[in-house]
Design a protein around this ligand. Sequence first.
Ligand SMILES: C[S@@+](CC[C@H](N)C(=O)[O-])C[C@H]1O[C@@H](n2cnc3c(N)ncnc32)[C@H](O)[C@@H]1O
Length: 276
Amino acid sequence: MAETPAVRRTRELLRTGVDASSPMRGVLDVRVTDSTARQASPASASSVAGRLMTFSPLAAVYERAWRPLFRLWMGAGGPSVEEQRAYAVRDLGLVSPDVSVVLDVACGPGNFSRSLADALLTAAHVSEPLVIGLDASEPMIARASADTDDDEHVAYLLGDARELPFEDDAVDAVCCYAALYLVPEPYRVLDEMIRVLRPGGRIALMTTVRRGPQPVGAVTAAAASTVGLEMFRRDDITDVLRERGVEHVEQRIHGAAQFVTGRLCRSGQDVPVSAP
Ligand SMILES: C[S@@+](CC[C@H](N)C(=O)[O-])C[C@H]1O[C@@H](n2cnc3c(N)ncnc32)[C@H](O)[C@@H]1O
């Protein structure tokens, strides 16, 4: 399959030794080919929630019919999908001239990846914008490929968020919305996102958060775990980010959802005080 310009640029960011084929337009497949390794450590959890993400009919209706329902767990007055997109654009600093390569982890059918690319393109001073969406589900990535016309600025990777195929410091910003609560090993995914983010780069996350007094939160978390969903405690994600050198960490909570953002400062490099 002839590779699109965005796929060719994405290839240049891959770690040395990563093997990648291009099975469909705008997509690179970087999954391990060893089937034993795949069985030992499947990328999508074998839970109900994890299996659902590999169900083709869901990929087909996800953006229009499924994703808008997430607002229900964001409480009264929670942000619409449009407002969530605006959060991501702002939190990733997409209007600033120093952001051109954005990684959208667990991108599903590319619903946010395309919006992030549009935002980068609107910020006219951004040179050579590139958004890379990565997901472990073949139906989701197939849908993303089918729904994306922009071969210059959007590429997709079929791969595992626990083992991002990029060199260290490869991207300017990392987004991960609506996924940390269902990926296996979410803290490993966080570590990987921080590894591939360049110092000074921004991260934007949306995931779950426990609400209510301790027994209520614990019961809700136990119920959610039966279908494979993790309900994070209020400080779980923010603490990990700070421990890993992310500064200016902000958390906004809407119902059972939290939006978290910050800017990476690594090995003594200071983020300017003026940074948002
Ligand atoms: C609910 S969708 C989120 C899509 C999009 N980010 C959004 O906000 O609408 C969660 C996605 O996480 C993906 N996922 C789950 N485990 C993964 C893993 N280990 N690596 C990459 N993607 C994974 C699923 O395939 C699914 O597409």
